[in-house]
Design a protein around this ligand. Structure first.
Ligand SMILES: Nc1ncnc2c1ncn2[C@@H]1O[C@H](COP(=O)(O)OP(=O)(O)O)[C@@H](O)[C@H]1O
Ligand SMILES: O=C(OP(=O)(O)O)[C@H](O)COP(=O)(O)O
Length: 398
């Protein structure tokens, strides 16, 4: 695959060079504080390598979705502070509303080897998300080499992730290398049995993943609200569960396809149901796969957990993306938590897609027991769909 043979940062000469590194520092924040710094930690290997190898390190990222102009609440100042703590070095923030302004130019012009400068949020500039080449050229003018290590943003073709590669020699960072090699190997040459577990809200979001996975896996497990569209396709009563009526025919096709390909497709066989979408409403576990009239499925039931567990225990490779229920409500988080624990306790290669399942695994303290937790939600989904990620595609090949 073309994304697997890119030059990495250790394939190029960086000594004394200004290296501009696109990171994904789009971290969740509450009241100006970073609530989860996994993405910052994920970039440290590349940053530390560059420092040790005497590069001048210029970092850039987006944060959130500002309205294409300077907005103080989207400043990367909290990230600069956290980076200083994590690297033990002063990380200067170039405080320019236009990103490549007087401060950025002055700070980057006077760098010593091993210094770190962080540019302001690249999405303060209107052209960024349109992959405007003038802005890409401005960013490139600050440096000698471009390294992309923003896996979480690799599915976007923006000035700082794609356009800039037109103007500088380029390579991928260690985070992108790790994400692509672990997930790439699972897709290309997995140890078998290979089990994919998909959950979350919508079939429509994950159709392409389901289709692509069908060519690779031995077993496909489907939970979360998505499962009810499949149940409806099988004429199983689903009560008032969340169903995408316009995807029922598609679900039928996917079930048929799984059969033709000889893939085991597992759906829930019991459910935690409630009258209403809240935690105080009357709720219970159903005996069978049928959901009574007037009730909705909000989590997988105990028999289903056991069914999925038996399958996961035999797997040599497990990929998981999307929660098994409405895990935001503790009462309906049992399925998601149980799966996290089951996967954590297998010897299989375990890969957790970004987004909700990654957050659940992290919160439960199982992160260390997984082979890999992706730092990209949308990006890992597109990768699993088999799409080429533009932020990687633009980089120089070996
Ligand atoms: N049975 C269900 N009924 C309604 N919503 C559900 C159900 N199961 C899961 N969800 C919701 O799906 C959402 C996550 O879906 P999605 O965004 O597709 O996942 P991810 O972020 O992992 O890609 C969560 O907010 C969760 O509450
Ligand atoms: O957080 C991100 O996406 P994700 O929530 O799908 O992982 C990335 O930083 C991309 O951000 P964007 O979806 O605003 O382009």
């Amino acid at each position: 695959m073309s994304m697997l043979n890119k030059k990495a940062v250790n394939d190029i000469d960086v000594k004394g060079k200004k290296v501009i590194v696109r990171c994904d520092f789009n971290v969740p924040m509450k009241n100006g504080e970073i609530t989860d710094d996994r993405r910052i930690k994920g970039a440290l290997e590349t940053i530390n390598y560059l420092i040790e190898n005497k590069a001048k390190v210029i970092l850039m990222s987006h944060l959130g979705r500002p309205d294409k102009k300077y907005e103080p609440e989207f400043s990367l100042a909290p990230v600069a502070k956290r980076l200083s703590e994590l690297t033990g070095k002063e990380v200067k923030l170039a405080q320019d509303e236009a990103v490549v302004g007087e401060n950025a130019k002055a700070l980057t012009a006077s760098m010593n080897e091993g210094d770190i400068v962080l540019l302001e949020n690249v999405r303060f500039v209107k052209g960024e998300t349109k992959n405007d080449l003038d802005f890409a050229k401005e960013l490139a003018s600050l440096a000698d080499v471009f390294v992309n290590d923003a896996f979480g943003t690799a599915h976007r073709a923006h000035s700082s992730t794609a356009g800039i590669a037109n103007y500088l020699p380029s390579a991928m960072g260690f985070l992108i290398e790790k994400e692509v090699s672990i997930m790439g190997k699972a897709l290309e040459a997995p140890e078998r049995p290979f089990v994919a577990i998909l959950g979350g809200a919508k079939v429509s979001d994950k159709i392409s993943v389901i289709e692509n996975m069908m060519d690779k896996v031995d077993t496909l497990i489907i939970g979360g609200a998505m499962a009810y569209t499949f149940k409806k396709a099988l004429n199983v009563p689903v009560g008032s569960s969340r169903v995408e009526d316009d995807k029922v025919e598609l679900a039928k096709d996917l079930l048929e396809k799984a059969k033709q390909k000889g893939i085991k497709l597992l759906l829930p066989i019991d459910h935690m149901v409630a009258k209403e979408f809240n935690e105080t409403s009357e709720s219970f576990a159903t005996d069978t796969e049928e959901i009574p009239e007037g009730f909705m499925g909000l989590d997988i039931g105990p028999k289903t957990i056991k069914l999925f567990e038996d399958e996961i225990k035999q797997a040599k490779t497990v990929i998981w993306n999307g929660p098994m229920g409405v895990f935001e409500m503790p009462k309906f988080a049992v399925g998601t938590k149980s799966l996290a624990e089951i996967i954590a306790n297998t010897d299989a290669v375990s890969i957790i897609g970004g987004g909700d399942s990654a957050a659940a695994v992290e919160q439960l303290g199982f992160a260390d027991k997984m082979t890999h937790i992706s730092t990209g939600g949308g990006a890992s989904l597109e990768f699993l769909e088999g799409k080429i990620l533009p932020g990687i595609d633009v980089l120089e090949s070996k």
